[in-house]
Design a binder for this molecule. Structure first.
Ligand code: GLT
Ligand code: MN
Ligand code: MN
Length: 388
């Protein structure tokens, strides 16, 4: 057990909305007492987390007066100072209030779009005041139920205009802040625009300041769409855009379950952790999940401890994979270069193209080769199950 204790260098974070989730759902009321932000910070310190993330209204109610805001923020800062918990990421609630029933930045009503900008600028100020260096945009309501209501090209332009405006705002304020866009295919809207991390990456290239903007891929959101999360993360990493990550779990193609990290897809979770550790991802490991509705306050702590413990166990398993002589020998064989063909691969040259066109391949022999992936995959299973 002591091997898997969370430490600050692991950068484990939770949102106020995650450990503070009182367990209500679309069919039933809350089952746990609502914790204040200060109480949540104390819980996170108790379980060994490094940081807390928040939406503006997780901390400051939407209708708070400026005086109330300042008092709440001061009390929260005091709790942060006492516990050593930091705020690495902040975001805006652009989905809870009825004003956002048709979206925020993409809403058809220009007043709503302007209000969303105002709310986000104020929330950015709050996040920066608390020390956040990453600012997440999850466009939960940026979508439609009926395509009769909105043209996706208009929606895309409005979303782009809003992000361009907010990038300029952050630059104008001299904030040391990066934006991270979080995709989700549906829920709460029937369809949400830019539904996958891959779609977000394509969109970022169309912005005025693409260097300021990356992604915050969420495991469960890609799984809702039936996708391989680690592949999405790898693409984001390759593009230099992995600014943040939301870790959780769920069954494929279901509603947004937001289960404890590692609770369902052990193998996928393993390869994800292995990827993050192998490439040296240095950002927060944010658990955007919540405890089962069956849990009480102690169960919420079990949930939070479980997310971190599972990550650390999988990290140890990844190190074991990388050091396992049989696995590594097999991989060396599988990945071996072929001196005969090496000069024909790589960057284009006219000579190379000519030589390649002439080269005689033994297609039948190549097609008959076994790959040994069955053996390799079983070794992974044995390793994960602890029988290796
Ligand atoms: C909401 C959503 C999450 C987002 C959060 C940030 S809020 O809980 O389900 O995936 O990351 O806005
Ligand atoms: Mn989710
Ligand atoms: Mn998320």
């Amino acid at each position: 057990m002591s091997n898997y204790q969370p430490k600050p260098e692991h950068k484990f974070t939770f949102g106020l909305w995650t450990v503070g989730n009182p367990g209500g759902d679309a069919f039933g009321q809350a089952v746990r007492a609502k914790l204040s932000p200060v109480e949540i910070v104390r819980v996170l310190a108790e379980v060994g987390a490094y940081g807390v993330n928040l939406h503006d209204n997780d901390l400051v109610p939407i209708d708070a007066t400026p005086g109330e805001r300042d008092r709440i923020v001061a009390e929260f800062k005091q709790a942060l100072q006492e516990t050593g918990i930091g705020v690495p990421m902040a975001t805006t609630n652009l989905f809870g209030d009825p004003v956002f029933r048709d979206g925020a930045f993409t809403a058809n009503d220009p007043q709503v779009r302007a209000y969303a900008l105002q709310k986000t600028m104020r929330a950015i100020d709050l996040g920066v005041e608390l020390g956040a260096q990453v600012y997440v945009f999850w466009g939960g309501r940026e979508g439609v139920e009926s395509d009769a209501s909105k043209n996706p090209l208009d929606a895309g332009k409005r979303f782009r205009d809003a992000l361009n405006f907010l990038c300029e705002y952050a630059r104008d304020q001299k904030y040391d802040l990066k934006f991270a866009l979080e995709a989700k295919p549906n829920e709460p809207r029937g369809d949400i625009y830019l539904p996958t991390t891959g779609a977000m990456l394509g969109f970022i290239a169309t912005l005025d300041h693409p260097e300021m903007v990356g992604v915050n891929p969420e495991m469960a959101h890609e799984q809702m769409a039936g996708l391989n999360f680690m592949h999405a993360v790898a693409q984001a990493w390759d593009a230099g855009k992995l600014f943040h990550i939301d870790l959780n779990d769920q069954n494929f193609c279901r509603y947004d379950q937001d289960f404890r990290f590692g609770s369902h897809n052990w193998k996928q979770s393993f390869f994800l952790v292995k990827f993050l550790e192998d490439v040296g991802y240095a950002g927060s490991r944010h658990f955007d999940a919540h405890a089962y509705r069956t849990e009480d306050a102690e169960g919420v702590k079990d949930f939070a401890r479980g997310c971190m413990r599972t990550y650390l166990i999988l990290k140890a398993k990844a190190a074991q994979f990388n050091a396992d002589p049989e696995i590594q020998a097999l991989l060396a064989e599988i990945h071996a270069d072929d001196a005969g063909v090496a000069p024909l691969l790589g960057a284009y040259s006219r000579e190379k193209a000519g030589a390649l066109k002439q080269h005689a391949f033994n297609r039948i022999a190549l097609g008959n080769r076994g790959m040994q992936y069955e053996r390799l995959d079983q070794l992974v299973f044995d390793l994960l199950m602890g029988v290796r």
